[in-house]
Design a protein around this ligand. Structure first.
Ligand SMILES: Cc1cc2nc3c(=O)[nH]c(=O)nc-3n(C[C@H](O)[C@H](O)[C@H](O)COP(=O)(O)OP(=O)(O)OC[C@H]3O[C@@H](n4cnc5c(N)ncnc54)[C@H](O)[C@@H]3O)c2cc1C
Length: 381
Protein backbone atom coordinates (compact mmCIF):
# COMPACT_ATOMS: atom_id res chain seq x y z
CA UNK A 1 0.00 0.00 0.00
CA UNK A 2 2.82 2.45 0.95
CA UNK A 3 4.66 1.70 -2.32
CA UNK A 4 1.46 1.99 -4.34
CA UNK A 5 0.71 5.33 -2.64
CA UNK A 6 4.12 6.77 -3.52
CA UNK A 7 3.82 5.64 -7.14
CA UNK A 8 0.30 7.09 -7.27
CA UNK A 9 1.49 10.44 -5.97
CA UNK A 10 4.26 10.68 -8.54
CA UNK A 11 2.39 9.67 -11.66
CA UNK A 12 -0.45 11.51 -13.40
CA UNK A 13 -3.68 9.55 -13.60
CA UNK A 14 -6.60 10.16 -15.91
CA UNK A 15 -9.84 10.43 -13.97
CA UNK A 16 -13.31 10.64 -15.46
CA UNK A 17 -16.06 12.91 -14.20
CA UNK A 18 -18.79 10.51 -13.10
CA UNK A 19 -21.20 13.02 -11.62
CA UNK A 20 -21.66 16.62 -10.51
CA UNK A 21 -23.51 18.02 -7.56
CA UNK A 22 -24.16 21.75 -7.11
CA UNK A 23 -23.31 22.92 -3.59
CA UNK A 24 -24.03 26.66 -3.88
CA UNK A 25 -24.47 29.15 -6.75
CA UNK A 26 -20.67 29.35 -7.07
CA UNK A 27 -19.41 25.94 -5.94
CA UNK A 28 -19.88 22.41 -7.09
CA UNK A 29 -18.72 18.95 -6.18
CA UNK A 30 -17.08 16.78 -8.83
CA UNK A 31 -17.43 13.04 -8.33
CA UNK A 32 -14.51 11.39 -10.09
CA UNK A 33 -13.75 7.82 -11.00
CA UNK A 34 -9.96 7.41 -10.83
CA UNK A 35 -8.65 4.06 -12.17
CA UNK A 36 -5.47 3.14 -10.29
CA UNK A 37 -6.20 5.44 -7.32
CA UNK A 38 -3.90 4.29 -4.48
CA UNK A 39 -6.18 5.43 -1.63
CA UNK A 40 -5.99 8.47 0.65
CA UNK A 41 -6.41 9.77 4.16
CA UNK A 42 -8.92 12.53 4.95
CA UNK A 43 -7.09 15.88 4.87
CA UNK A 44 -4.96 15.06 1.85
CA UNK A 45 -5.24 16.82 -1.50
CA UNK A 46 -4.49 16.23 -5.18
CA UNK A 47 -2.94 18.24 -8.00
CA UNK A 48 -5.05 18.79 -11.09
CA UNK A 49 -3.39 19.51 -14.45
CA UNK A 50 -5.17 21.15 -17.38
CA UNK A 51 -3.50 21.16 -20.79
CA UNK A 52 -4.69 23.30 -23.72
CA UNK A 53 -4.57 22.20 -27.34
CA UNK A 54 -1.49 24.39 -27.95
CA UNK A 55 0.35 22.54 -25.17
CA UNK A 56 -0.01 25.27 -22.49
CA UNK A 57 -0.49 23.56 -19.17
CA UNK A 58 -1.31 24.70 -15.63
CA UNK A 59 -1.83 22.99 -12.26
CA UNK A 60 -3.84 23.68 -9.09
CA UNK A 61 -4.31 21.81 -5.82
CA UNK A 62 -7.70 20.66 -4.51
CA UNK A 63 -8.51 18.98 -1.22
CA UNK A 64 -10.27 15.65 -1.29
CA UNK A 65 -13.79 16.06 0.09
CA UNK A 66 -14.75 12.40 0.34
CA UNK A 67 -13.94 9.64 2.80
CA UNK A 68 -11.72 6.91 1.29
CA UNK A 69 -13.93 4.82 -1.03
CA UNK A 70 -12.07 2.70 -3.56
CA UNK A 71 -11.43 4.52 -6.83
CA UNK A 72 -14.02 7.31 -6.20
CA UNK A 73 -12.96 10.79 -5.25
CA UNK A 74 -14.96 13.93 -4.57
CA UNK A 75 -13.61 17.45 -4.97
CA UNK A 76 -15.53 20.62 -4.16
CA UNK A 77 -14.52 23.58 -6.28
CA UNK A 78 -15.29 27.17 -5.39
CA UNK A 79 -15.50 29.19 -8.61
CA UNK A 80 -13.44 32.39 -8.78
CA UNK A 81 -14.90 34.28 -11.72
CA UNK A 82 -11.55 35.79 -12.69
CA UNK A 83 -9.61 32.60 -12.01
CA UNK A 84 -7.96 30.42 -14.62
CA UNK A 85 -8.79 26.88 -13.51
CA UNK A 86 -11.77 27.01 -11.12
CA UNK A 87 -14.28 28.45 -13.69
CA UNK A 88 -13.45 25.50 -15.93
CA UNK A 89 -13.79 22.87 -13.19
CA UNK A 90 -16.87 24.43 -11.58
CA UNK A 91 -18.56 25.43 -14.83
CA UNK A 92 -17.34 23.81 -18.04
CA UNK A 93 -16.21 20.27 -17.16
CA UNK A 94 -19.08 17.87 -17.97
CA UNK A 95 -20.03 14.30 -17.08
CA UNK A 96 -17.78 11.81 -18.85
CA UNK A 97 -14.95 14.32 -19.41
CA UNK A 98 -11.39 13.25 -18.54
CA UNK A 99 -9.30 15.09 -15.92
CA UNK A 100 -5.61 14.63 -15.19
CA UNK A 101 -4.65 14.42 -11.54
CA UNK A 102 -2.01 13.06 -9.21
CA UNK A 103 -2.00 12.32 -5.50
CA UNK A 104 -2.70 11.93 -2.72
CA UNK A 105 -0.47 14.78 -1.56
CA UNK A 106 0.15 16.08 1.97
CA UNK A 107 0.31 13.98 5.10
CA UNK A 108 0.75 16.55 7.87
CA UNK A 109 -2.88 17.56 8.21
CA UNK A 110 -4.37 14.15 7.63
CA UNK A 111 -6.55 12.42 10.22
CA UNK A 112 -6.16 8.72 11.00
CA UNK A 113 -9.52 7.14 11.90
CA UNK A 114 -7.79 4.78 14.34
CA UNK A 115 -6.63 7.76 16.44
CA UNK A 116 -9.03 8.07 19.41
CA UNK A 117 -7.84 11.58 20.44
CA UNK A 118 -10.39 14.44 20.37
CA UNK A 119 -10.30 16.56 17.20
CA UNK A 120 -11.17 20.23 16.80
CA UNK A 121 -11.63 21.27 13.16
CA UNK A 122 -11.67 24.98 12.33
CA UNK A 123 -12.03 26.25 8.77
CA UNK A 124 -13.53 28.95 6.57
CA UNK A 125 -14.83 29.07 2.99
CA UNK A 126 -13.56 26.21 0.83
CA UNK A 127 -11.11 25.43 3.67
CA UNK A 128 -13.90 23.26 5.04
CA UNK A 129 -13.41 20.71 2.23
CA UNK A 130 -10.60 18.63 3.83
CA UNK A 131 -12.35 18.94 7.21
CA UNK A 132 -15.51 17.53 5.67
CA UNK A 133 -13.48 14.54 4.50
CA UNK A 134 -12.51 13.98 8.15
CA UNK A 135 -16.10 14.33 9.38
CA UNK A 136 -17.29 11.88 6.72
CA UNK A 137 -14.49 9.43 7.44
CA UNK A 138 -15.29 9.52 11.16
CA UNK A 139 -18.91 8.56 10.40
CA UNK A 140 -17.99 5.97 7.78
CA UNK A 141 -15.36 4.33 9.99
CA UNK A 142 -17.52 4.25 13.13
CA UNK A 143 -14.74 6.07 15.02
CA UNK A 144 -15.79 7.28 18.46
CA UNK A 145 -13.15 10.04 18.59
CA UNK A 146 -14.86 13.27 19.72
CA UNK A 147 -14.84 15.67 16.77
CA UNK A 148 -16.03 19.28 16.61
CA UNK A 149 -16.24 21.42 13.49
CA UNK A 150 -16.23 25.22 13.60
CA UNK A 151 -16.91 26.55 10.11
CA UNK A 152 -17.30 30.15 8.97
CA UNK A 153 -18.47 31.51 5.63
CA UNK A 154 -19.12 35.00 4.27
CA UNK A 155 -22.84 34.36 4.15
CA UNK A 156 -25.32 31.52 4.47
CA UNK A 157 -25.57 31.39 0.66
CA UNK A 158 -21.95 30.25 0.42
CA UNK A 159 -22.22 27.57 3.12
CA UNK A 160 -20.93 24.29 1.69
CA UNK A 161 -22.55 20.96 2.63
CA UNK A 162 -25.34 22.83 4.52
CA UNK A 163 -27.95 20.05 4.50
CA UNK A 164 -25.45 17.32 5.37
CA UNK A 165 -23.96 19.34 8.24
CA UNK A 166 -27.43 20.08 9.59
CA UNK A 167 -28.26 16.37 9.51
CA UNK A 168 -25.06 15.51 11.37
CA UNK A 169 -25.56 18.28 13.94
CA UNK A 170 -29.16 17.19 14.57
CA UNK A 171 -27.80 14.07 16.24
CA UNK A 172 -26.18 16.27 18.90
CA UNK A 173 -27.48 16.44 22.47
CA UNK A 174 -27.64 19.65 24.50
CA UNK A 175 -24.62 19.74 26.80
CA UNK A 176 -24.45 22.16 29.72
CA UNK A 177 -21.52 22.29 32.17
CA UNK A 178 -22.97 19.54 34.38
CA UNK A 179 -23.39 17.26 31.34
CA UNK A 180 -19.74 17.49 30.26
CA UNK A 181 -18.60 14.49 32.33
CA UNK A 182 -21.25 12.04 31.06
CA UNK A 183 -20.97 13.38 27.49
CA UNK A 184 -17.16 13.10 27.40
CA UNK A 185 -17.14 9.63 28.98
CA UNK A 186 -19.74 8.39 26.48
CA UNK A 187 -18.06 10.27 23.61
CA UNK A 188 -21.41 11.82 22.73
CA UNK A 189 -21.85 14.52 20.09
CA UNK A 190 -23.02 17.61 21.94
CA UNK A 191 -24.11 21.17 21.24
CA UNK A 192 -22.66 23.13 24.15
CA UNK A 193 -24.49 25.81 26.11
CA UNK A 194 -22.82 29.07 27.13
CA UNK A 195 -21.89 27.49 30.48
CA UNK A 196 -20.28 24.40 28.92
CA UNK A 197 -18.50 26.45 26.25
CA UNK A 198 -17.09 28.76 28.95
CA UNK A 199 -15.91 25.74 30.94
CA UNK A 200 -14.16 24.29 27.86
CA UNK A 201 -12.67 27.68 26.92
CA UNK A 202 -11.44 28.17 30.49
CA UNK A 203 -9.79 24.73 30.46
CA UNK A 204 -8.02 25.62 27.20
CA UNK A 205 -6.90 29.04 28.51
CA UNK A 206 -9.15 30.91 26.07
CA UNK A 207 -10.44 34.18 27.54
CA UNK A 208 -12.79 35.47 24.83
CA UNK A 209 -16.05 33.91 23.80
CA UNK A 210 -18.76 35.39 21.57
CA UNK A 211 -22.32 34.11 21.56
CA UNK A 212 -25.86 35.36 20.95
CA UNK A 213 -27.17 35.87 24.47
CA UNK A 214 -26.56 34.38 27.88
CA UNK A 215 -29.15 32.47 29.87
CA UNK A 216 -30.57 33.81 33.13
CA UNK A 217 -33.56 33.75 35.43
CA UNK A 218 -36.79 32.62 33.74
CA UNK A 219 -39.86 34.85 33.75
CA UNK A 220 -42.41 33.68 36.28
CA UNK A 221 -40.03 30.87 37.44
CA UNK A 222 -37.39 32.65 39.60
CA UNK A 223 -36.00 29.30 40.78
CA UNK A 224 -35.32 28.26 37.18
CA UNK A 225 -31.89 29.83 36.66
CA UNK A 226 -29.44 29.06 33.90
CA UNK A 227 -26.14 27.40 34.77
CA UNK A 228 -24.58 30.16 32.61
CA UNK A 229 -24.83 32.47 35.62
CA UNK A 230 -22.97 30.14 37.99
CA UNK A 231 -20.32 29.49 35.35
CA UNK A 232 -19.80 33.24 34.88
CA UNK A 233 -19.13 33.40 38.63
CA UNK A 234 -16.36 30.81 38.45
CA UNK A 235 -14.64 30.78 35.03
CA UNK A 236 -12.39 33.66 33.87
CA UNK A 237 -13.79 34.16 30.36
CA UNK A 238 -15.25 37.35 28.84
CA UNK A 239 -18.59 36.55 27.20
CA UNK A 240 -19.55 38.92 24.38
CA UNK A 241 -23.29 38.76 23.86
CA UNK A 242 -26.32 40.88 23.00
CA UNK A 243 -27.27 40.78 26.69
CA UNK A 244 -29.47 38.05 28.07
CA UNK A 245 -32.19 36.44 26.00
CA UNK A 246 -35.31 38.64 25.97
CA UNK A 247 -37.45 35.66 27.02
CA UNK A 248 -35.87 35.94 30.51
CA UNK A 249 -36.49 38.13 33.54
CA UNK A 250 -33.67 40.58 32.85
CA UNK A 251 -33.91 42.53 36.14
CA UNK A 252 -33.65 39.32 38.21
CA UNK A 253 -30.86 38.04 35.93
CA UNK A 254 -28.83 41.20 36.60
CA UNK A 255 -29.43 40.87 40.36
CA UNK A 256 -28.20 37.29 40.31
CA UNK A 257 -25.08 38.32 38.35
CA UNK A 258 -24.46 41.00 40.96
CA UNK A 259 -24.69 38.44 43.78
CA UNK A 260 -22.18 36.29 41.88
CA UNK A 261 -19.86 39.30 41.55
CA UNK A 262 -19.92 39.15 37.75
CA UNK A 263 -19.12 42.51 36.06
CA UNK A 264 -21.68 43.44 33.37
CA UNK A 265 -20.19 45.91 30.89
CA UNK A 266 -22.30 47.76 28.32
CA UNK A 267 -20.34 48.08 25.06
CA UNK A 268 -21.21 51.64 24.03
CA UNK A 269 -24.49 51.42 25.95
CA UNK A 270 -25.90 52.12 29.41
CA UNK A 271 -28.76 49.61 29.28
CA UNK A 272 -28.48 45.83 29.08
CA UNK A 273 -29.49 44.90 25.51
CA UNK A 274 -32.27 42.33 25.33
CA UNK A 275 -31.10 40.20 22.38
CA UNK A 276 -33.64 41.40 19.81
CA UNK A 277 -33.61 45.02 21.00
CA UNK A 278 -31.07 47.47 22.45
CA UNK A 279 -33.50 48.57 25.16
CA UNK A 280 -34.44 46.70 28.30
CA UNK A 281 -34.66 49.52 30.82
CA UNK A 282 -32.12 47.64 33.00
CA UNK A 283 -28.86 49.55 33.63
CA UNK A 284 -25.51 47.77 33.16
CA UNK A 285 -22.81 47.84 35.86
CA UNK A 286 -20.41 49.97 33.78
CA UNK A 287 -20.28 51.40 30.28
CA UNK A 288 -17.21 50.82 28.08
CA UNK A 289 -16.55 52.66 24.82
CA UNK A 290 -14.50 50.99 22.10
CA UNK A 291 -12.17 47.99 22.07
CA UNK A 292 -9.26 49.67 23.83
CA UNK A 293 -11.24 50.77 26.85
CA UNK A 294 -12.97 47.38 27.03
CA UNK A 295 -9.59 45.61 26.95
CA UNK A 296 -8.28 47.90 29.71
CA UNK A 297 -11.34 47.25 31.89
CA UNK A 298 -11.12 43.48 31.35
CA UNK A 299 -7.43 43.47 32.22
CA UNK A 300 -8.15 45.41 35.41
CA UNK A 301 -11.17 43.26 36.29
CA UNK A 302 -9.16 40.05 36.00
CA UNK A 303 -6.24 41.63 37.90
CA UNK A 304 -8.60 42.40 40.76
CA UNK A 305 -10.03 38.89 40.99
CA UNK A 306 -13.05 38.92 38.65
CA UNK A 307 -13.83 35.60 36.94
CA UNK A 308 -16.44 35.66 34.16
CA UNK A 309 -17.32 39.05 32.65
CA UNK A 310 -20.38 39.87 30.53
CA UNK A 311 -19.67 42.32 27.70
CA UNK A 312 -23.12 43.28 26.44
CA UNK A 313 -23.12 44.52 22.83
CA UNK A 314 -26.29 46.12 21.40
CA UNK A 315 -27.69 44.08 18.48
CA UNK A 316 -27.07 45.57 15.00
CA UNK A 317 -30.84 45.78 14.33
CA UNK A 318 -34.18 45.80 16.17
CA UNK A 319 -36.96 43.25 15.96
CA UNK A 320 -40.11 45.37 15.92
CA UNK A 321 -42.73 44.13 18.38
CA UNK A 322 -40.20 41.83 20.11
CA UNK A 323 -41.62 42.30 23.60
CA UNK A 324 -45.21 41.50 22.51
CA UNK A 325 -44.06 38.37 20.66
CA UNK A 326 -42.09 37.18 23.67
CA UNK A 327 -45.03 37.72 26.02
CA UNK A 328 -47.22 35.70 23.67
CA UNK A 329 -44.58 32.92 23.41
CA UNK A 330 -44.24 32.79 27.23
CA UNK A 331 -48.06 32.49 27.52
CA UNK A 332 -48.25 29.81 24.81
CA UNK A 333 -45.57 27.69 26.50
CA UNK A 334 -46.59 28.29 30.13
CA UNK A 335 -46.58 24.54 30.89
CA UNK A 336 -43.01 23.91 29.63
CA UNK A 337 -40.03 23.93 32.04
CA UNK A 338 -36.44 22.59 32.10
CA UNK A 339 -33.81 22.48 29.36
CA UNK A 340 -36.43 22.46 26.58
CA UNK A 341 -37.88 25.82 27.59
CA UNK A 342 -35.31 28.19 26.01
CA UNK A 343 -35.12 26.49 22.59
CA UNK A 344 -38.92 26.20 22.43
CA UNK A 345 -39.45 29.85 23.33
CA UNK A 346 -36.90 30.97 20.71
CA UNK A 347 -38.53 28.72 18.11
CA UNK A 348 -41.97 30.19 18.94
CA UNK A 349 -40.63 33.76 18.57
CA UNK A 350 -39.12 32.75 15.21
CA UNK A 351 -42.56 31.50 14.15
CA UNK A 352 -44.36 34.61 15.36
CA UNK A 353 -41.86 36.94 13.66
CA UNK A 354 -41.98 35.06 10.35
CA UNK A 355 -38.27 34.19 10.64
CA UNK A 356 -37.08 37.78 11.25
CA UNK A 357 -35.77 36.87 14.72
CA UNK A 358 -33.52 34.19 13.16
CA UNK A 359 -31.98 36.67 10.70
CA UNK A 360 -31.28 39.09 13.53
CA UNK A 361 -29.90 36.23 15.63
CA UNK A 362 -27.31 35.46 12.93
CA UNK A 363 -26.42 39.15 12.48
CA UNK A 364 -25.94 39.75 16.17
CA UNK A 365 -23.72 36.70 16.66
CA UNK A 366 -21.47 37.90 13.81
CA UNK A 367 -21.42 41.39 15.31
CA UNK A 368 -20.53 40.05 18.77
CA UNK A 369 -17.71 37.94 17.31
CA UNK A 370 -16.36 41.00 15.50
CA UNK A 371 -16.33 43.09 18.69
CA UNK A 372 -14.78 40.22 20.70
CA UNK A 373 -11.99 39.83 18.11
CA UNK A 374 -11.20 43.57 18.22
CA UNK A 375 -11.08 43.62 22.02
CA UNK A 376 -8.98 40.43 22.11
CA UNK A 377 -6.46 41.94 19.72
CA UNK A 378 -6.23 45.13 21.86
CA UNK A 379 -5.69 43.02 24.98
CA UNK A 380 -2.97 41.01 23.25
CA UNK A 381 -1.07 44.06 21.94
C1 LIG B 1 -3.61 22.43 -0.57
C2 LIG B 1 -4.70 23.21 -1.28
C3 LIG B 1 -5.99 22.74 -1.27
C4 LIG B 1 -6.99 23.47 -1.92
N1 LIG B 1 -8.26 22.99 -1.89
C5 LIG B 1 -9.25 23.66 -2.53
C6 LIG B 1 -10.58 23.14 -2.53
O1 LIG B 1 -10.87 22.10 -1.93
N2 LIG B 1 -11.53 23.84 -3.20
C7 LIG B 1 -11.23 25.02 -3.86
O2 LIG B 1 -12.15 25.61 -4.45
N3 LIG B 1 -9.97 25.53 -3.87
C8 LIG B 1 -8.97 24.86 -3.24
N4 LIG B 1 -7.70 25.35 -3.29
C9 LIG B 1 -7.41 26.56 -4.10
C10 LIG B 1 -7.13 26.15 -5.58
O3 LIG B 1 -5.90 25.48 -5.64
C11 LIG B 1 -7.03 27.36 -6.50
O4 LIG B 1 -6.13 28.29 -5.96
C12 LIG B 1 -8.36 28.06 -6.77
O5 LIG B 1 -9.29 27.16 -7.36
C13 LIG B 1 -8.16 29.26 -7.70
O6 LIG B 1 -7.60 28.82 -8.91
P1 LIG B 1 -7.94 29.59 -10.28
O7 LIG B 1 -7.04 29.04 -11.33
O8 LIG B 1 -9.40 29.58 -10.54
O9 LIG B 1 -7.56 31.07 -9.94
P2 LIG B 1 -6.15 31.79 -10.29
O10 LIG B 1 -6.08 32.05 -11.76
O11 LIG B 1 -5.05 31.04 -9.69
O12 LIG B 1 -6.40 33.16 -9.55
C14 LIG B 1 -6.70 33.21 -8.12
C15 LIG B 1 -6.96 34.67 -7.73
O13 LIG B 1 -5.73 35.36 -7.77
C16 LIG B 1 -5.82 36.44 -8.63
N5 LIG B 1 -4.54 36.55 -9.37
C17 LIG B 1 -4.05 35.67 -10.26
N6 LIG B 1 -2.84 36.09 -10.70
C18 LIG B 1 -2.58 37.24 -10.08
C19 LIG B 1 -1.50 38.16 -10.10
N7 LIG B 1 -0.44 37.95 -10.88
N8 LIG B 1 -1.57 39.24 -9.33
C20 LIG B 1 -2.64 39.46 -8.51
N9 LIG B 1 -3.68 38.63 -8.46
C21 LIG B 1 -3.67 37.54 -9.22
C22 LIG B 1 -6.97 36.15 -9.57
O14 LIG B 1 -7.58 37.35 -10.03
C23 LIG B 1 -7.90 35.36 -8.70
O15 LIG B 1 -8.77 36.20 -7.94
C24 LIG B 1 -6.67 24.66 -2.61
C25 LIG B 1 -5.37 25.14 -2.60
C26 LIG B 1 -4.38 24.41 -1.96
C27 LIG B 1 -2.98 24.95 -1.98
Amino acid sequence: MARAAVLGRLSWLVARLADISDETATARTLILEVPGWPGHLPGQHIDVRLTAEDGYSTQRSYSIASAPAGSRLELTIQRLDDGEVSPYLAGVLSRGDPLELRGPVGGYFAWHPADPAPVLLIGGGSGVVPLMAMVRTRIASGSQAPMRLIYSTRSRDTLLYAAELERIAAGAIKVSSRDLGPAVARRAVGATTVAATMRAAGMAGIRFFATGGIGGVHRGHPDDQSADLVELGRTPVAVFCAGAKIILDLALTLERLESLSVPVLGYGCDELPAFYTSHSGCPVGARVDGPEETAAVLRAAWATGARGVVVAVPPPGELDGAEDMVERAVRDLAGVTGPELTPRLLARVAELSGGRSLDLNVDLVVNNARVAARVASCLAS
